[in-house]
Design a binder for this molecule. Structure first.
Ligand SMILES: Nc1ncnc2c1ncn2[C@@H]1O[C@H](COP(=O)(O)OP(=O)(O)OP(=O)(O)O)[C@@H](O)[C@H]1O
Ligand SMILES: [Mg+2]
Length: 450
């Protein structure tokens, strides 16, 4: 069943239920009030008859005539003895004589219904009869007018209920359209997206800020994210294949050269094998880094433990100063050891990437320093190299981005190091700050929570 039909049905059913309850309450209250006042009136009549009979103790007027004088239009007055025998009865209608007559010593007033569903009041009162015995005066009165009034009320309430269902149905229709139209538009957009390779957004034509406009905003934000991610992925694949193609074509051309002329010219053998080995190393480095990037995407891969940041940094400096044959200074916090909760291998890798870059892209001294900053730990790598422009700083963490392509390629870089470092620090809930000026060196500062 469609949402529109469901909303319409629900609203109409709910309205009908509400109207039914209100009308029933109105009807019952009115019936109760009218029957109560009718009963009081008949009771007052019965008291008048009692008074008249008491005043007529000398039997100046014949009791039959006296009762006749008080007889209501639609009723019967009866005197009943203690054997349930009717001593006297007056009524204009023959059928009223069939109504039950019972002796009662108590004063009672009840509302009953006859076989034709007509309500009638029964009032009984004890009375001393002319022979001195206790008898019952019973006054019954059929409430034809009350019955008619209640019937009319019932019709009026039914008609109003019927008329009120119409506006409910119309309101349900408009409400359902108001809610389902944007959902329908969203569904159509989702079915058709992407259209001709382009991700289309929803047009924001709603005024105000309600749940539907929020849903449209969220959808558009999601589309923007998907589009960005797809573009990033496409860029990554094309960059990666481009990066792999260069060493592969070098390897192929040297292999072909060896095949063609290797036997005749043994002097090219060394050059070719060296080039092939160096290019395969490059490819290995590149594929390793790409694998790392793919793995790091998942935060669940982190294995948290207590890590002494100073000893990890010392390890990185030791291996890189050996590899680059350079002096790397370490200004560590001497007063205490800095311990954080992190993945040791990953933190090692992030520091390695920064110190490696500092060595690769500068010839002068490289300084590494750590500091305890309360809730977090900072680690800075400073070099006096060529520095980075503001534009480069904006893109430096993107995959395959290289500020100075020729230079970094010569240095053997694929442009993935900082992307990996950024990913690791982000997964730890930390951040990286760059402070650099072209020609004046750079400082990369990692901030990690403890
Ligand atoms: N300390 C630095 N000084 C100057 N430029 C830098 C520095 N660190 C990084 N860069 C620039 O940023 C680019 C991206 O660095 P990144 O570490 O991501 O890649 P890479 O060093 O080229 O290759 P990889 O680290 O993957 O082997 C580098 O190519 C380089 O141009
Ligand atoms: Mg690097």
């Amino acid at each position: 069943m469609k949402l529109r039909t469901k909303v319409q049905l629900f609203l109409s059913a709910f309205m009908i239920l509400v109207i039914f309850i209100i009308n029933s309450v109105v009807y019952v209250l009115y019936e109760d009030q009218v029957s109560q006042s009718e009963m009081n009136r008949v009771k007052a009549d019965a008291e008048n008859i009692m008074e008249a009979i008491a005043q007529n103790s000398e039997a100046e007027i014949e009791n039959q005539r006296l009762l006749q004088a008080f007889l209501p239009a639609n009723g019967i007055i009866r005197i009943i003895d203690n054997h349930d025998q009717v001593i006297q009865a007056v009524s204009k209608e023959a059928e009223f004589y069939n109504w039950p007559a019972t002796y009662s010593e108590n004063e009672t007033s009840t509302l009953e219904k006859n076989a034709n569903d007509i309500p009638y009041v029964v009032v009984t009162m004890p009375l001393i009869w002319e022979d001195g015995s206790v008898v019952t005066l019973q006054l019954n009165e059929a409430l034809y007018s009350m019955n008619d009034t209640l019937d009319t009320l019932q019709i009026v309430l039914f008609l109003t209920a019927g008329f009120m269902v119409f506006p409910a149905l119309i309101a349900g229709y408009f409400l359902a359209s108001y809610v389902t139209k944007p959902i329908q538009t969203l569904t159509n957009k989702m079915k058709n997206n992407p259209k001709d390779g382009k991700w289309e957004m929803l047009s924001m034509n709603r005024k105000g800020k309600d749940e539907i406009s929020e849903m449209q905003h969220s959808y558009n934000a999601m589309i923007t994210r998907i589009d960005e991610n797809i573009q990033k992925q496409e860029r990554f694949v094309s960059d990666a294949s481009h990066e792999l193609r260069t060493p592969l074509s070098v390897i192929t051309s040297y292999a072909e050269l060896l095949k063609r002329r290797g036997k005749d010219k043994p002097e090219i053998f060394d050059e070719a094998t060296e080039a092939i080995i160096s290019e395969s190393d490059r490819m290995k480095h590149l594929t390793d880094q790409m694998l790392l990037l793919a793995k790091n995407q998942n935060q669940e891969n982190l294995h948290f433990e207590e890590v002494n940041i100073n000893s990890v940094t010392r390890g990185v400096i030791r291996s890189l100063s050996l590899a680059y044959k350079r002096n790397i200074s370490f200004h560590e916090t001497i007063d205490k050891e800095i311990k954080i909760c992190a993945d040791k291998m990953k933190v090692h890798q992030a520091i390695y990437i920064l110190v490696d870059n500092a060595c690769k892209y500068s010839e002068k001294e490289v300084i590494v320093s750590t500091a305890d900053e309360g809730s977090q730990v900072s680690l800075s790598v400073t070099d006096r190299g060529e520095g980075l422009s503001e534009e480069d700083q904006k893109h430096i963490f993107e995959r395959f981005y290289r500020a100075d392509k020729a230079r970094s390629r010569k240095a053997g870089g694929a442009g993935l190091g900082l992307a990996i470092c950024h990913q690791i620090i982000q997964a730890h809930g930390g951040s990286i700050i760059i402070s650099s000026q072209p020609g004046n060196g750079s400082r990369f500062t990692i901030l990690l929570p403890k």
